[in-house]
Design a protein around this ligand. Structure first.
Ligand SMILES: Nc1ncnc2c1ncn2[C@@H]1O[C@H](COP(=O)(O)OP(=O)(O)OP(=O)(O)O)[C@@H](O)[C@H]1O
Ligand SMILES: [Mg+2]
Length: 260
């Protein structure tokens, strides 16, 4: 018997490719035959709408799980187009939850408790909002490891120390076992010198902690969510799908389902 490996995709900077990575990686892992639960923990609900589930139509969401204590699997939706991929959706009802959570018992551990005892999945991927508030802290407490997308741009490394400090704080207190699954460079544009400079700088500073796979900037990748499809289905033979499959393979080599 094993429990799933829980990976949180996290960076408090906005627009760095967290959701794109969570959705694309989830789909690529499912394509490899793994059972993946993608939990959208962002009130923006981008992972939800990106998989073709309309946030406004939901009667239940991750809000009911984290704030009201509803069992996680009651809220989960199977993604028909991607066998093996299940979504716990989010919508705007989560927006006020930072304040509500602050008043609740076990406010940092509610997602961890909701994931306790989950057996039928190999990987759980948590998509986080662009902040280091209680929702993100819940993800860091619930996770075995942290996957950090970094955009290939000038300010990419700014704010990274705040994230690693937060990781260190969570490790000291609520989740000593939290590890770094790796850093993935996103939105790489081979035509710009800056992109290559950011890749070199990240490799120099972080060595093996940076994944070998770099995600290219791809118009197709930015179009896919509006069709409600992951890139592995929207443009299966394209560069971006290939990159996310390679990332999935690297992640599989680095992590494995956890023995219970
Ligand atoms: N490799 C890429 N190539 C082209 N566009 C991309 C790529 N990765 C992400 N995008 C686009 O950039 C925007 C931001 O990406 P995404 O939503 O994944 O970032 P995020 O970190 O989740 O943002 P937020 O912090 O708001 O949650 C989206 O419009 C997305 O479609
Ligand atoms: Mg996002």
């Amino acid at each position: 018997m094993s429990r799933p490996r829980v990976i949180t995709v996290c960076n408090q900077k906005g627009g760095v490719g967290k959701t794109t990575t969570a959705v694309s990686l989830g789909a690529a892992l499912a394509e490899r035959g793994l059972r993946v639960l993608l939990v959208d923990c962002d009130p923006q609900g981008n992972a939800t709408s990106g998989l073709g589930v309309r946030p406004a139509d939901l009667s239940n969401s991750i809000y009911d799980v984290i704030v009201l204590g509803q069992p996680l699997l009651e809220v989960a939706v199977k993604i028909g187009e991607v066998p093996g991929l299940t979504l716990v959706p989010s919508n705007v009802s989560l927006a006020g939850s930072e304040l509500e959570l602050a008043e609740l018992p076990l406010r940092e551990s509610r997602l961890k408790l909701a994931l306790d005892g989950l057996e039928d999945y190999d990987y759980v991927l948590l998509d986080t909002p662009p902040s280091l508030g209680l929702l993100t802290v819940n993800c860091l407490v619930a996770a075995d490891s942290l996957l950090i997308p970094l955009q290939c741009e000038y300010y990419a490394l700014e704010g990274l120390s705040l994230l690693t400090q937060t990781q260190a704080l969570v490790r000291q207190s609520l989740n000593p076992a939290l590890t770094l699954a790796g850093i993935v460079l996103t939105l790489f544009d081979p035509r710009t010198i800056l992109s290559s400079q950011v890749v070199s700088e990240v490799r120099r500073r972080f060595g093996d902690q940076a994944f070998t796979t770099v995600i290219p900037r791809s118009v197709r990748l930015s179009e896919a969510p509006s069709h409600g499809l992951p890139i592995t289905l929207y443009e299966p033979a394209g560069r971006a799908a290939a990159a996310y499959r390679a990332l999935a393979d690297e992640l599989l080599a680095r992590t494995a389902p956890v023995a219970a």
